[in-house]
Design a protein around this ligand. Structure first.
Ligand code: GLY
Length: 265
């Protein structure tokens, strides 16, 4: 089926917790405001739902400050789901909490086991392959474990590199359609998207590279007018959502949901 990498019947999101104030961040650019975060999160979930998708909205997990970034906990494919093994020690236990929710939608749930590490934010699933960036959170061993885990489902897993100092591979790129990737220039110059059409984020707007194609929408963080205009002119249906608080914790549009079409849908 064409478009399976961005056409979804379901998503899972998880409410921001009071403990987001203790969330991980590379640089301190201010304390996230929970009330504003909750409003942005509600707008984000509304955008997903506006496409007709079912969004399973989970309660906040106070023990895991970064758990709102639910994408890192699992990879959901049409054939089954895989519980990740986050490389951030404070997030290691978080992934297992996702298993009961995944079990509502999937019979086949697999796990990435010790000693390997991999986070969903480093995984870009396209129509033809799964690209995974090594990063401070994802090891080559984790990528090899994902390759083994998805081999019988017929996937090709390709190891690529996340730019130095960038949290996740998808901090710097997004899938826009079967053939097109939105990317920062610093990532695209690595050559990892050879064979794809690449649209670069506008100069100074690198922080909007983490955008998602979700059904008919391209959902991007608000405040990046040049890139939004470029995507609009390219024919994409752009929806902007506030992301100022998640950004204080290095989070973006992809981090806030797991997007999938379960086998029974
Ligand atoms: N604050 C998101 C993360 O570091 O995983």
């Amino acid at each position: 089926m064409s478009g399976k990498s961005y056409t979804f019947s379901h998503a899972i999101s998880l409410q921001p917790a009071h403990s987001i104030t203790q969330g991980l961040r590379a640089v301190d650019i201010g304390m996230p405001d929970l009330a504003v975060f909750k409003q942005h999160h509600a707008d984000y979930v509304a955008a997903l739902r506006s496409t007709g998708a079912h969004v399973e909205l989970l309660d906040a997990l106070e023990d895991y400050p970064d758990s709102v970034f639910v994408e890192d906990a699992a990879l959901c494919l049409p054939e089954g789901a895989i519980v990740m093994r986050p490389g951030a020690p404070s997030r290691l236990g978080e992934a297992a909490t996702m298993a009961p929710t995944l079990a509502k939608f999937y019979d086949d749930i697999r796990t990435i086991d010790a000693p390997d590490f991999i986070e969903g934010g480093d995984i870009l699933t396209t129509e033809r392959e799964i690209l995974v960036g090594t990063s401070a959170r994802t090891t080559s061993g984790g990528i090899e474990a994902l390759r083994r885990t998805t081999a019988d489902w017929g996937y090709t897993v390709r190891e690529v590199a996340t730019p130095e100092g960038v949290l996740h591979f998808k901090t710097d790129c997004s899938l826009l359609d079967e053939d097109t990737i939105l990317s920062t220039k610093r990532l695209a110059v690595s050559g990892c998207f050879e064979g794809y059409k690449v649209l670069n984020t506008a100069e100074g707007e690198e922080a909007c590279a983490n955008t998602i194609r979700f059904n008919e929408l391209v959902i991007m963080p608000a405040g990046f007018p040049k890139t939004a205009e470029m995507l609009d002119k390219a024919g994409y249906n752009v929806r902007e959502v506030g992301n100022s608080e998640a950004a204080k914790l290095d989070g973006g549009m992809s981090c806030l949901s797991l997007r999938f079409s379960p086998p029974s849908a």
